[in-house]
Design a protein around this ligand. Structure first.
Ligand code: SAH
Length: 257
């Protein structure tokens, strides 16, 4: 699906940036590169910077006009190093990624358009775009290297695509593994734990049964927020049991005195 996103570089001066963009694209699973009047292409410097993404360079389409580069696209997203050059619907890279995926899902073709190193995109070119995309960089030094800007946008596209594929992110993977490794506790087990916890809190005088101050309700709410596994419940119960032993031991000693 990501092959339906094309990266359009307008009038690029440095072939190294074309190579860098090709590499960034291939890293993120994109393959369609379109070059509008590149100043120096093909070039050994582009190949060197592509470092293995030469297939993307070899397949790059070189055209004369932006119009040709955008043929067949259902949405065009133009990047700008400046926050607001002309009043236009403005997206950040994450919103750009979700908009792109919406179009891909409906069978559309997407164009991400990048400007010249020294001058960006002209106002006329920007007006050809449905949306403008700005990477929220420090306004004091807001302009990224062209290939770096390609990397940021294609990374966001990849993250959105992975999420859409149901391919878990790192945290989701960790949680799934934890759940698979140990079963979750049932409500009965949780209730037994709360009874044990309450007794222990009374024993250590943290909870005054005369003045409970919603403590148990608050703790229930806290535990309710996490999916506790049986293994974790055993640890919690173990802590309570040991706490009670210490409390009982202290009480016995007092009695002996
Ligand atoms: N002096 C130019 C800078 C262009 S940087 C200007 O002021 O417009 C070259 C290209 O990199 C830009 O046209 C854009 O495609 C991309 N780029 C650089 N920084 C960016 C940013 N912060 N947000 C979005 N795109 C950016």
């Amino acid at each position: 699906m990501l092959q339906n996103i094309r990266v359009v570089l307008v009038n690029t001066s440095h072939p190294g940036n074309i190579g860098g963009a090709a590499r960034a694209m291939k890293n993120m699973g994109l393959s369609q590169l379109v070059l509008v009047q590149p100043e120096d292409f093909p070039s050994g410097e582009a190949v060197a910077r592509a470092s293995g993404a030469t297939d993307v360079l070899d397949a790059a389409l070189v055209v004369d006009t932006l119009e040709e580069a955008l043929t067949g696209c259902s949405v065009v997203l133009g990047t700008s190093a400046r926050d607001r050059r002309i009043p236009w619907p403005l997206l950040d890279p994450r919103e750009c990624a979700s908009t792109s995926l919406e179009h891909l899902e409906q069978g559309g073709q997407v164009a991400l358009v990048f400007g010249r190193e020294y001058a960006g995109l002209t106002n006329e070119e920007l007006q050809r775009c449905h949306f403008h995309v700005h990477i929220p960089s420090d306004p004091e030094f807001g302009s990224l290297n062209l290939a770096a800007a390609v990397q940021v946008l294609t990374y966001e596209v990849r993250m959105a695509w992975l999420a859409q594929q149901g391919q878990p992110t790192k945290m989701a993977k960790l949680e799934t593994t934890a759940m698979l490794n140990s079963q979750l506790v049932t409500v009965e087990e949780l209730e037994a734990y709360f009874r044990h916890l309450e007794q222990t809190l009374i024993a250590i005088r943290f909870l005054d049964p005369e003045k409970p101050r919603h403590l148990m309700a608050r703790l229930r709410r806290l535990y309710g927020r996490c999916a506790i596994s049986r293994l974790e419940m055993n640890i919690l119960r173990g802590i309570l049991t040991e706490t009670q032993k210490v409390v009982d031991g202290a009480a016995c000693k007092k009695g002996e005195e």
